[in-house]
Design a protein around this ligand. Structure first.
Ligand code: MTE
Ligand code: MO
Length: 217
């Protein structure tokens, strides 16, 4: 398939708008206590696949990661990316559609190590992740910098990240709902002010903290 699945996108957008209109899942105060399973989530055994109906295939020798926006432009090839410090972590992952998975063994580059390798404008406040399927998602730099598990991953469960899950490289931000973890990442844009990404303009919450149930807005 070479076109996004518009029916699916419209249905998800409608669901988000309906819930938001009823005040469901629009966020609530919570002491930021990190119950391991956030409210409204259930643990699943497999790892579901969600996308826009496109699963781009990018061979690693063609894969590139561009740093753009309020930063010195930089392009990482696959080899460049693997030269950055590599870290293995075991983390949880929570999707707004209510599934959660525990104990994913992931490997890749910690956000803090990525930041050390790029020259971002110190005034940048947000990042837009851009993907090979046309997807995008915005994340405050504060969340990335304060999540010690925020990464760009290339491996999951001890094997290369499968294409269906965003390989060669995807974002991995366990402190936010999974839609903030862009699959098939091709660009990281530093921004001096916030701008909404693909789902954020279609009724999803702008922030997406699972422990505050920031699902829709
Ligand atoms: N490039 C891209 N990244 C994406 C998406 C997408 O459609 N395209 N979907 C998001 C959503 S809504 C979710 S829930 C997770 C799903 O990741 P998974 O398919 O590996 O479970 O990826 C997120 N990242
Ligand atoms: Mo999602």
């Amino acid at each position: 398939m070479s076109q996004p699945n518009e029916k699916l996108i419209d249905a998800k957008q409608k669901l988000a708008r309906d819930k938001a209109a009823k005040g469901i899942g629009t966020g609530h105060d919570s002491p930021h206590q990190r119950d391991r399973l956030p409210a409204g989530q259930r643990l699943v055994s497999g790892w579901p696949v969600l996308d826009l109906g496109l699963q781009p295939e990018i061979p690693v020798n063609e894969w590139m990661l561009e740093v753009l926006g309020a930063a010195q432009r930089q392009v990482f090839s696959w080899a460049d990316f693997l030269k950055l410090p590599q870290t293995k972590l075991t983390t949880d992952f929570h999707c707004v559609t209510s599934w959660s998975i525990f104990d994913s063994r992931v490997e890749g580059v910690l956000w803090s190590d990525f930041m050390a390798a790029v020259k971002a404008d110190p005034h940048a406040t947000h990042v837009m992740f851009h993907s090979y399927d046309g997807y995008s998602t915005n994340v405050p730099l504060k969340d990335l910098n304060e999540d010690p598990q925020a990464m760009l991953i290339h491996s999951w469960g001890g094997a290369p990240l499968e294409r269906i899950h965003g390989g060669p490289v995807r974002g991995w931000i366990p402190s936010l709902y999974a839609w903030k973890s862009a699959k098939w990442v091709k660009g990281i844009e530093f921004m001096l002010k916030d701008k909404r990404g693909f789902w954020e303009v279609r009724g999803y919450h702008n922030h997406g903290d699972p422990w505050k149930e920031e699902r829709y807005s």
